[in-house]
Write a protein that binds this ligand. Sequence first.
Ligand code: F6R
Length: 607
Amino acid sequence: MCGIVGIVGRAQVAPLIVDALKRLEYRGYDSAGVATVAAGELGRRRAEGKLVNLERRLKDEPLDGTIGIGHTRWATHGVPNETNAHPHFSHGVAIVHNGIIENFAELRAQLKADGFEFASQTDTEVVAHLVARELARGVEPVKAAHLALKHLEGAFALAIMFQGDDNLIIGARNGPPLAIGYGEGEMFLGSDAIALAPFTDSITYLEDGDWTVIRRDEVGIFDMDGNPVDRKRQQSLGTAYMVDKGNHRHFMEKEIHEQPEVISHTLAHYLDFAGGVSRKLDLPFDFAKLDRLAISACGTAFLSGLIGKYWFERLARLPVDIDIASEFRYREMPISPDSAALFVSQSGETADTLASLRYCRKADIPIGAIVNVRESTIARESDVTLPTLAGPEIGVASTKAFTCQLSVLASLAIRAGVARGTISPEKERKLVRELSEAPRYAGQVLRLDRQIEKVARELAHYKHVLYLGRDTNYPLAMEGALKLKEISYIHAEGYAAGELKHGPIALIDEHMPVIVIAPHDRIFEKTVSNMQEVAARGGKIILITDKKGASLSSVETMETIVLPDVPEIIAPIIYALPVQMLAYFTAVFMGTDVDQPRNLAKSVTVE
Ligand code: F6R
């Protein structure tokens, strides 16, 4: 989603802003722009497409100024072109915005009636005109911005700058994140700590309803009534990480390869390998007393939660209600007072997940958040943060965050089973030992890259792919299909293998590769029967299994990818890797933008 940067600085800011915007590229965008004030005048450069286009623009027509705001835009209202790119100007006001102004149509009509002309199709431009309208009435800039904010409904993070003032940026937050960064005689605004990392690690996150007045040597934070509010200044973790690709072609490839290490860090946080026990957690609920657990999330994070459901129900006999967050938030699910809720999110900023959390907050049940960004809104609004220790995930397609989410969920399910008396000490020791082996097996699977690349070369020739799996491999089949469609743009669907006969079998012919995830488990034979049904109709099968599965399956396959025999509890973590690698290599063969696939955003801060 859109990224925002603002600098009230000492040096020329345009190159610094572009640099910070590059660190926000991972969020997804389709145009970009920067504006500065130099010699009292506002200037701006904008460009459709990637930041290189903006850089080219700035090279041809440099922009002076020690104060500026910049933006990467992920189009919501209006096509991604230069005219719709931010910053938007109105009579000496410059503005960048992340989010959606829901009442923009009404405001636009009012402003038009007041004589304001619109240059773009965006919802954002209304904010620039609203501020300008106050200025025209003789209101001074800070007050004008405050009055304009009061008209806005919807989700927004904003940065506003004024002609004639090279020492003032106003920021505001209602929904999408916005952070203030403190420098020496300079101040910053950014959508996240990663953007601000080269400048400062001293950060304050604005809360919903906050707005801020930033000058080189002072910062004020206020609520919507204009009262000053105190917000914690904290040291950001953002600078602790080098955000580069290392020797890899893409962030996604790097992140796939980081998995043995980050899974190990995450598991070690929750499990005491030496003692063979799951660590005691300071939870706001007692697993033994829960009658249900609600889990909600979006996309890949939702699919990790779905695998978690199998674990909680099987290992801890704890019923789980799970739903994608965009449905959860509106379907008015009755919430038992003896339940708790878990929200899963890499970014910790996903709008629907946050809204679902707030729904549960109203129901007054304890809330846990499995998040990768510990300073995120979802983390801050939950009663307990259960971190994934994946490090920054830059590739838009989630990989290492997913397997770390699974690591947390498996560990929690064990903890729940121990608390509820469904897991004996011996079983706990066994499960903890088995999970401790996950990083080693993940390392072995990464070495299958040449074979998986070969399969991907084939897959790249097809237009449609079906993924099948049973039990925890069913959510994994959906994850495989999601990964494939989002980065290679091949149409893919993930189905429970048992559902094949109820519809999708009609699609099977020689043009439809079917990827079957089937480790040799309790229901392996059932999945083999489904493969027979596919083979009988000319479908081309790519089987992902283990040594035992490969030796026992009699079905002819286009390719069989043989993974090590792994314990059942870690199978979803280990089998996630070939699924990710298949999507990755296929996208590379298709020549797509692997790390920033079209139309997608890393951090989905609007509905
Ligand atoms: C897919 C993917 C998305 C995210 C989803 C939720 O590869 O990355 O489906 O999983 O947008 O995002 P978070 O986890 O940040 O809440």
